[in-house]
Ligand binder design. Sequence first.
Ligand code: AMP
Length: 271
Amino acid sequence: MEIVRTISHLRHAVGQWRAAGDRVALVPTMGALHAGHIGLVGAALSMADKVVVSIFVNPTQFAPHEDLDRYPRDEAGDVGKLAGAGAHLVWAPAVSEIYPDGFATRIVPEGAALPLEGAFRPHHFGGVATVVCKLILSALPDVALFGEKDFQQLAVIRQMVRDLALPVAIQGVPTVREDDGLALSSRNAYLSENDRYIAPMLYKAISEVARGRDPREAAEALIAAGFARVDYIDVRDAETLAPFVPGSGRPGRVLAAAWLGKTRLIDNVGF
Ligand code: AMP
């Protein structure tokens, strides 16, 4: 498995594969890889001949008060996991490769980016869209894969690819969970033993809302269970993320973000 740092090395490798007729998949990650990321690699291998995994902790999607500095990093461990999973190339660029001096262009997504996370983290999806656009244009894959764990992010990326006619297919991959229902996340490493015990309540709460429970009641149950705060727990149209219209016959999604101590967990479930 090759490891490259620069866009030109990446383009050279991908260009050779595509010239040989291979289909190429890109799996963007921020590293600290777990079985959810490895599931994306497995899905990518089932859809493409060659799989590129990017590892880049994107500073522009973190607000100044967020956890950029303490975000977990383990490139050596990640590389071992990716080699074991069968990935073909790891692209781990420096911040200066993605944001060179003088970088001054930013994608500002609206629509699906505005509610929910957009209300609580106003600059987050701008950073995500900008970096994902650059990752896609740097790698020029046939397909890029994203987890449903970050369901709104997936919707924002689909919207950007459609709006800007980026020449790539976007594939969503179902959320990988622990046995007790907690969605795998790099941020779970921050949880204390007690918080880790309470954390699966979030999935339980959104599953109950998907079955018809009032979201306000579910939020109260989370607070009663020991969550510090619930940013939102909301029922949305699964495609537009507009408020869900009961009886519309459209697919729905329950999305939530809640704090356990200083750790913010997000999760979602379809119905
Ligand atoms: P991250 O490293 O957190 O930016 O995640 C990289 C990719 O992995 C994103 O597309 C995430 O949605 C996806 N991902 C993270 N956790 C999971 C999970 N538990 N199940 C499936 N995909 C996941």
